[in-house]
Ligand binder design. Structure first.
Ligand code: NAD
Ligand code: DAU
Length: 349
């Protein structure tokens, strides 16, 4: 893999992955990062990488829904591998306005597959990043395995399921070398503060209400983003083409427990000015429509076949994440105020 196309590299997981690949992994090739820079894409996440890795990192502002542009990029940069993150990723937004989810997650993925198929002779691997949400919802027992039938419940998860099927079909029909990973909830640095963990960290820090959907008893499995990045690179290097791998964090928690842990850690650091515990800020709000009750991942295939397991526990990962948001207030303010969009306009038009 000499010329890897990374899509969505300016988003949360993509930026962590580019950073991991260049700074810590044994990858020796070049990365071409294609990102449309939606509200969730912030090239400032990789500003130092752009300077420090001039010869191995190229950023292109482009939309994966533009098939001609994608074909031109594959041709111009001799793309021989793909790690496809670009997506609309927030379930709540997909409920309010699903349009962009259908375009980017389905049509965008199709465009990339077509470009990869045209250049199939040099294509080493097309790795597709997916989610455990394609499997639907569990009751209080059991785990998702790679053979669990797909049963997506939100426009977001349905669009991701659709893209997974396309990727798999290109392997079966055309022999395109693909792998797919279905991962649980990530958390860590650079996550856009609309998702539960960064939203709660920032609101709790500032003494604002902490919105918890429904009764807060929904369960998610939490994975520290760097562990996800290591899993992806492991699959890309030694995974079997045509295969799907589940990735999980071994950290199932009810939402209310996650929120309470964040409150307690922040209270340890400093108390609110009125002396209240941050748990008093918890506000139960109207539930998400079609809210999946529980996700839990069986990642024994990835563990047994490729020797991967998560290194970070939730207890340590959440502390590091809270500290990152405390140490990066400027990033938070620029993302929240939309200030970074002005920077994008000046740099990339
Ligand atoms: P994110 O929303 O933080 O980032 C998405 C990135 O894709 C942004 O940089 C955005 O600008 C870019 N993008 C969106 N539409 C585009 C388009 N049309 N063309 C080019 N770029 C476009 O998302 P994330 O949380 O980093 O998720 C990345 C991938 O991982 C997604 O495919 C998501 O479904 C999957 N995933 C996420 C999680 C999670 O917990 N965050 C878990 C499992 C799987
Ligand atoms: O499981 C993997 C998925 O995890 C990814 O595919 C998605 O891209 C990613 O966004 C995430 O989806 P969730 O819907 O699980 O994540 P979110 O952070 O939005 O919500 C986590 C849980 O917290 C969920 O049960 C809803 C709840 N929640 C969320 C928000 C934003 C709240 O109770 N209050 C909130 O304000």
């Amino acid at each position: 893999m000499n010329n890897m196309l990374v899509t969505g590299g300016c988003g949360f997981i993509g930026a962590n992955f580019v950073r991991y690949l260049l700074e810590e992994s044994d990858f020796t090739g070049r990365i071409v990062n294609v990102d449309k820079l939606t509200y969730a894409g912030n090239p400032e996440n990789l500003a130092d990488i752009e300077t420090d890795y001039k010869d191995r990192y190229i950023f292109i502002k482009a939309d994966i829904c533009d098939g001609k542009k994608m074909a031109q990029i594959f041709e111009q940069y001799g793309i021989d591998s793909v790690c496809h993150f670009a997506a609309e990723s927030h379930v709540d937004r997909s409920i309010v306005k699903p349009d962009a989810f259908i375009q980017t997650n389905i049509i965008g993925t199709f465009n990339l597959l077509e470009s990869a198929r045209i250049h199939q002779s040099r294509m080493r691997l097309f790795h597709h990043i997916s989610t455990d949400e394609v499997y639907g919802s569990l009751g209080m027992e059991g785990y998702f395995t790679e053979t669990t039938p797909y049963k997506p419940n939100s426009p977001y998860s349905a669009s991701k399921a659709s893209s997974d099927h396309l990727v798999r079909a290109y392997y079966k029909t055309y022999g395109l070398p693909i792998t797919i990973s279905n991962c649980s909830n990530n958390y860590g640095p650079y996550q856009f503060p609309e998702k539960l963990i960064p939203l709660i960290i920032l609101n709790a820090f500032e003494g604002k209400p902490l919105p918890v959907y429904g009764d807060g008893r929904n369960v998610r499995d939490w994975l520290y983003v760097k562990d996800h990045c290591i899993a992806i690179w492991t699959i890309m290097k030694i995974g079997t083409p045509g295969e799907t791998y589940n990735v999980g964090g071994n950290s199932e928690l009810e939402n209310i427990n996650v929120v309470e842990m964040i409150c307690d850690i922040l209270d340890e650091k400093n108390t609110l000015s009125d002396g209240r515990s941050r748990r008093d800020l918890i506000t139960f709000v109207k539930d998400r429509p079609g809210h999946d009750l529980r996700y839990a991942i069986d990642f024994s295939k990835l563990n047994k076949n490729l020797n991967w397991s998560p290194k970070e526990s939730f207890e340590t990962g959440i502390r590091d994440t809270i500290q990152w948001y405390m140490d990066n207030r400027k990033w938070v303010e620029r993302v929240r105020s939309g200030e970074y969009k002005k920077w994008i306009e000046t740099h990339y038009g």
